[in-house]
Design a protein around this ligand. Structure first.
Ligand SMILES: Nc1ncnc2c1ncn2[C@@H]1O[C@H](COP(=O)(O)OP(=O)(O)O)[C@@H](O)[C@H]1O
Ligand SMILES: O=C(OP(=O)(O)O)[C@H](O)COP(=O)(O)O
Length: 398
């Protein structure tokens, strides 16, 4: 892959940088700015080279049209504070304001485009529709730098197609992330445990198939777990459940047994009648989840068992909070798991926007972990050994 230094003299050049600025927000307040911080070194490097830096990014999953709750405008303010220089914000992605913003950009200045996912072409499955949007993005710049590690597993216009339309290079963040993950895939010191949770269940269930042949133990909590508990025949009440994936989960459990890989599931869960911070929380055994309640955290017995597995591993990768850590009543499982990762005598890696936010919010320091990756799904797919579109396209264009 070409690096930024291979792109030649960038002074006065318009450089489109795809960053992952998908941060958790509470209204317009950024609750964890880790991804913004992680994107700064590459932007700064380009600024120093005298480039006109145009940052493209997404926030959340809007439906291909402008939606104010997913505006990147609060992120422009934070980026500006972290860079120590003003960041212009274009109120559209490729429209009149974006075009004017690029035209007015001077050497060494930075602008952020509005959420790329406000455009249906960004995430379209139709190559022509995605390509048409990528053409518009590419028209704004002279070269492209791919630095949003958290999205390199997405075949989307601003990640994939635009790299086919401009001279393209990999950014420092993506390089650094890949370097660490390569250590995990090449020859992980064993035992190797992978801990999965979170809420993007249908996105991430598929990785289990491959991880069964790579890891010694899979530990599963978070919203992901209820599909497995249902596969074992347990009632899961109102918990997050991917009904159509129950048979898939059953298949994974069977295959794990055949392969001699251990899948560790919770034995108790914290339930509440509704998804609310002040909902009355109780701990129940997994065979006693009431029909009118939902599981929002793993229980204390499970958390201790998970911690034991984690502490005795030499390599641990963790993606996805064990519960709804944003609410204090459902954060204990995530805290116990995070604590165990800090005690690993080997390499511990935390990946994912919310997982990284969780460990910081719960008071842990980044330095207590071997590595905190900005990408959850991207890391998992890398660990599976899958070809990530956003990386493959850079290899092709090298
Ligand atoms: N039992 C659960 N039910 C519903 N949501 C859950 C549950 N456990 C965890 N979550 C939610 O999962 C979200 C994070 O999931 P995900 O996006 O997959 O993680 P990451 O961003 O680290 O990759 C958090 O917002 C958390 O509240
Ligand atoms: O938050 C992200 O991924 P992650 O939750 O897997 O870490 C990335 O910004 C990708 O977002 P997407 O999963 O909506 O494509």
């Amino acid at each position: 892959m070409k690096t930024i230094d291979d792109l030649g003299d960038l002074k006065g050049k318009r450089v489109l940088v795809r960053s992952d600025l998908n941060v958790p927000l509470d209204g317009a307040t950024i609750t964890d700015d880790g991804r913004v911080r992680a994107s700064v070194p590459t932007i700064q490097k380009l600024v120093k080279k005298g480039a006109r830096v145009l940052v493209a990014a997404h926030l959340g999953r809007p439906k291909g049209a402008p939606d104010p709750q997913y505006s990147l405008s609060p992120v422009a303010i934070r980026l500006s504070e972290l860079l120590g220089e003003s960041v212009r914000f274009a109120s559209d992605t490729v429209g009149v304001d974006a075009q004017r913003t690029v035209q007015e950009l001077k050497d060494g200045e930075v602008a952020l485009l509005e959420n790329v996912r406000f455009n249906a072409g960004e995430t379209s499955k139709d190559d022509a529709e995605r390509g048409a949007f990528a053409d518009e993005l590419a028209a704004l710049a002279d070269v492209f730098v791919s630095d949003g590690f958290g999205v390199v597993h997405r075949k989307q216009a601003s990640v994939y197609d635009v790299a086919q339309r401009l001279p393209a290079a990999v950014g420092g963040l993506v390089q650094a992330e890949v370097d660490v993950l390569q250590r995990l895939t090449a020859s992980p010191e064993r035992p190797y445990a992978v801990v999965l949770g979170g809420s993007k269940v249908s996105d991430k269930l598929g990785v289990i198939d491959h991880l069964l042949t790579k890891a010694d133990t899979l530990v599963i909590g978070g919203g992901m777990v209820f599909t497995f508990l249902a596969a074992q025949g347990h009632g899961v009440g109102k918990s997050l459940l991917e009904q159509d994936q129950i048979d898939v989960a059953k298949g994974y459990l069977d295959r794990a047994e055949q392969l001699g890989v251990s899948i560790v599931l919770p034995t108790d869960v914290v339930v509440a009648p509704e998804f609310a911070a002040d909902a009355p929380a109780t701990t129940v055994s997994i065979d006693a989840i009431p029909d009118d309640q939902m599981g929002l955290d793993i229980g204390p017995e499970s958390a201790s068992a998970f911690a034991e597995v984690i502490r005795s591993a030499k390599t641990v990768f963790w993606n996805g909070p064990m519960g709804v850590f944003e609410m204090a009543a459902f954060a204990a499982g995530t805290r116990t798991v995070a604590q165990a990762l800090t005690e690993v005598d080997g390499l511990s890696v935390v990946g994912g926007g919310d997982s990284a936010a969780a460990v910081r919010q719960l008071g842990f320091e980044d330095s207590q972990f071997g590595h905190i990756s900005t990408g959850g799904g991207a890391s998992l797919e890398y660990l599976e050994g899958k070809t990530l579109p956003g990386l493959a396209v850079l290899e092709e264009s090298a």
